[in-house]
Design a protein around this ligand. Structure first.
Ligand SMILES: NC(=O)c1ccc[n+]([C@@H]2O[C@H](COP(=O)([O-])OP(=O)(O)OC[C@H]3O[C@@H](n4cnc5c(N)ncnc54)[C@H](O)[C@@H]3O)[C@@H](O)[C@H]2O)c1
Length: 365
């Protein structure tokens, strides 16, 4: 496998995680970066031994194969479409886009241009969620019949330096954190066919208590508590809550319940964690031994795409998967607004499980 050169657009908070997460993979090398704020790109380049460019100049570089879009969600569609138009393979942070129409435009453009479109989250490639996938595929709990997934907190205004963006259109708990939970569920249980939901916007504004913005009033434009039901194509049913309105709770991140037992999963926002299983008729939960490496981080989806580009196989953290997740999120919002169940327009194949026993820094060809 050749090493493919990678450029980053957007050198904000999450960019260092990509430097660290991509480093173990010989199949990719981050060489360049750009940001709408040129000083920020220059500083990041100097810290990490990269070359800083303007966005247009980075896209014109002949020696860059993949461009990773780490801009804010509202800019994802514009930037991903530019990457594709430049003939580069594109990989975006979540969410793929803020609207279905923009998401569909990105997928269509990539297919027409013959380039790959990948999208975070890639946490489902981590040892925790891959161990869960193997357990389900091996029949440990029988066919899944139900799942629960809960992300509940009281919003990021107590710790985030710029929490206002989390309450603007295209964000909220569903679009910001939902992709981790929904991608994990589709990875484990296949595509969703229909959804229903109720939702509320509890407070008209939030007050920042983080050091940077103490006392700032943050207008709220989005639902901050969304309770939904997903009906999978397989017939399984998941209950999902995402909330910025909850001070505390005792609910698990994700559980999958099958005809022969239950599986308890780690936080889908991280790559490691413990999987536990309960066999039908027993009272005790047992730890499922990790079947995959946890020495994998953000950017493993980019490395997987680099292997896939060269071998011709599908890549796992794909634009199609991210578009299906976007469709689920949009449909949950529509269901809540319209008071009815919504049939999804998209579907997607379950991404291939990772083979067990890969060495750290290696993925399958
Ligand atoms: N921060 C986190 O912990 C975290 C974790 C996981 C995923 N993410 C995702 O990563 C993405 C970026 O988040 P972040 O926290 O790094 O945001 P950020 O605001 O810290 O960084 C975004 C960067 O993109 C630049 N930018 C914005 N629009 C641009 C454009 N049109 N062209 C070029 N550059 C542009 C900004 O100047 C900024 O430097 C988001 O999609 C977010 O959902 C963030």
């Amino acid at each position: 496998m050749q090493t493919l050169n990678v450029g980053l657009i957007g050198t904000g908070n999450i960019a260092p995680a990509y430097i660290q997460g991509c480093a173990p993979f010989d199949v990719i090398k981050i060489t360049a970066c750009a940001d709408i704020l040129p000083d920020r790109a220059r500083e990041f380049a100097a810290e990490n031994g990269l070359t800083a460019y303007s966005v247009d100049d980075l896209l014109a570089c002949d020696d860059i194969d993949i461009v990773v879009n780490l801009t804010i969600p509202a800019a994802h569609a514009e930037v991903s479409l530019k990457i594709i138009a430049a003939g580069k393979h594109a990989y975006s942070e979540k969410a793929l886009a803020v609207t279905r129409a923009d998401g569909a435009r990105i997928i269509k453009a990539a297919k027409e241009s013959g380039v790959r479109m990948g999208c975070a989250p890639d946490t489902f490639l981590g040892g925790g969620l891959q161990t869960a996938r193997k357990a389900i595929d091996d029949g440990l709990i029988g066919a899944p019949i139900a799942a629960t997934a809960f992300f509940m907190a009281h919003g990021p205004e107590s710790w985030h330096p710029n929490p206002g963006i989390f309450y603007q259109k295209g964000a909220g708990p569903l679009f910001d954190m939902g992709p981790y939970y929904l991608t994990a569920l589709v990875h484990l249980m296949g595509p969703v066919a229909r959804v229903s939901a109720s939702a509320r916007m509890t407070f008209a504004e939030r007050i920042a208590t983080s050091e940077a913005l103490m006392g700032a009033r943050l207008p709220v434009e989005v639902n901050t508590h969304i309770a939904g039901t997903l009906e999978f194509a397989s017939g399984a049913i998941a209950t999902v809550i995402t909330s910025f309105d909850v001070w505390g709770h005792h609910l698990p991140w994700i559980e999958i319940h099958g005809v022969d037992g239950s599986l308890s999963l780690p936080d889908p926002n991280v790559f490691d964690g413990i999987v536990r299983a309960l066999k039908g008729g027993r009272r005790d939960w047992a730890e499922v031994p990790l079947a995959h490496s946890i020495e994998i981080g953000r950017g493993s989806g980019v490395a997987d795409m680099a292997y896939a580009i060269q071998s011709g196989r599908p890549h796992r953290a794909s634009g199609d998967l991210a578009f299906h997740v976007l469709d689920i999120m949009c449909a949950l919002e529509e269901s809540a607004a319209q008071g009815r169940r919504i049939a999804l327009r998209s579907t997607v194949a379950q991404p291939m499980a990772l083979p067990a026993g890969l060495a750290d820094g290696e993925l399958d060809e």
